[in-house]
Write a protein that binds this ligand. Structure first.
Ligand code: OGA
Ligand code: MN
Length: 300
């Protein structure tokens, strides 16, 4: 088998979202395959692997071949209620007994935050690098995942906007993103755990040198700005960055694995019938450093 990557949308966006073939993620990869995946991620920002019927252990082994993982400390489930290990984010609508959670279940309401455009773990001081999402059970319809290319969105800004945002720092927290949907039932411990963290609004990809907009629903303030002005401006930037020409919509097939680079993309889940099972498992590579360490070179 030889690994091959082709653009999902060769006519419209040959540079965003690649479909990978000729690889079996259940076994240990060669150094050549690992290098090809990193190169593919640098080029496409999103990679889609079909027909990868993985166990959690296989998904973890594959993920660890790409780099160090973060733990699922962004989940709201108490440790005794978790269905999966702390190395796997539970992106399902199931409880630990495998039953679909109730419509008003607290974990479900919290997880609806995934319907808002975001970048994973931007609310952590050291955020996420790659996310790997594996489809173990999918609803009959709906539940797509959309991805927006934050490199293309940055490039399309005019020069004055690029100058204005170049050195801005945002404050990110899950308290902000859930607040957008009117969810504010946080315990004191959760408020402490998810206190806002600082992230650059423009960051530089260490391998390609390209700049991208680092936006997320978690961003609720811009340092040094009045809050309403910051939120209005972040809304404008999000509207710009998620125009259709920057977006790839993934329609899931069972056993797809989709991997994205959180440094250069935002994503969101789309609605589906919540009485049907949707079981997705996410492993997440840590960025190892804050976005504050990935500043662009100064503008002149
Ligand atoms: C995630 C996420 C979207 C989806 O796994 O980080 O936001 O469609 N998922 O489930
Ligand atoms: Mn996410």
């Amino acid at each position: 088998m030889t690994i091959n990557i082709r653009p999902m949308d060769p006519a419209g966006r040959a540079f965003f979202a690649g479909e990978v073939s000729g690889i079996d993620l259940t076994r240990r990869l060669s150094d050549t395959e690992v290098a090809a995946i990193h190169a593919g991620m640098d080029e496409f920002g999103v990679l889609v692997f079909h027909s990868q019927d993985l166990t959690d252990e296989q998904q973890l082994a594959f993920s660890r071949q790409l780099g160090p993982l973060e733990t699922a400390t962004g989940d709201i489930a108490a440790p005794e209620d978790r269905r999966l290990s702390m190395d796997v984010n539970d992106i399902s609508n199931l409880d630990k007994h495998g039953k679909v959670v109730a419509r008003d279940d607290r974990r479900r309401l919290f997880s609806l935050g995934n319907l808002l455009w975001h970048s994973d773990s931007s609310f952590k001081a050291v955020p996420a690098k790659y996310s790997l999402l594996s489809a173990r059970a999918i609803p009959a319809e709906g539940g797509n995942t959309e991805f927006a290319d934050m490199r293309a969105a940055y490039d399309a800004l005019d020069a004055a906007s690029k100058r204005e945002i170049h050195d801005l720092v945002c404050l990110h927290s899950q308290i902000y993103s859930r607040g957008v949907l009117g969810f504010d039932e946080f315990t004191e411990a959760e408020r402490v755990k998810w206190a806002p963290v600082r992230q650059r609004l423009v960051r530089r990809h260490p391998a390609t040198g390209r700049l991208s907009l680092y936006l997320a629903s978690h961003a609720g303030e811009i340092e040094g700005w009045p809050v309403p002005e910051a939120r209005a401006f972040l809304r404008d930037l999000n509207e710009h960055a998620t125009q259709r020409q920057f977006v790839y919509a993934h329609v899931w097939r069972l056993h797809d694995l989709v991997m994205w680079d959180n440094r250069v993309t935002m994503h969101r889940a789309r609605r589906f019938d919540g009485t049907q099972v949707r079981d997705m498992r996410r492993t997440t590579l840590t960025n190892e450093v804050s976005s504050l360490e990935q500043a662009p070179t100064p503008l002149h």
